[in-house]
Design a protein around this ligand. Structure first.
Ligand SMILES: [Zn+2]
Length: 86
């Protein structure tokens, strides 16, 4: 679903340093839909107009936070178990 109306002000949805991204174009800025058009928990991508739910964006942030924590753990584990050969 796409929103073709006027977009007034962009906002970022982020927790800490991790910001939600549009799945279509990767933009990090969204606009809440004007009251009365759709349920208030939906947002529109500032760049391409794709409609997403706030819940989906928050879930995406949680997922990415988990993934980066996982990468950090893997990385520090490698450093501990494999000393540099150079
Ligand atoms: Zn987009």
């Amino acid at each position: 679903m796409k929103y073709s109306g006027r977009i007034l002000a962009a906002m970022r949805i982020c927790i800490g340093e991790v910001g939600a991204r549009c799945e279509q174009c990767g933009a990090e800025e969204f606009q809440p839909l004007p009251a009365g058009t759709v349920p208030a928990h939906e947002l529109v991508c500032f760049v391409c107009g794709t409609v997403v739910t706030r819940r989906a964006l928050l879930a995406q942030i949680a997922q990415r936070t988990m993934e980066s924590a996982e990468r950090f753990l893997q990385h520090s584990k490698r450093q501990r178990t494999q000393p540099r050969k150079r």
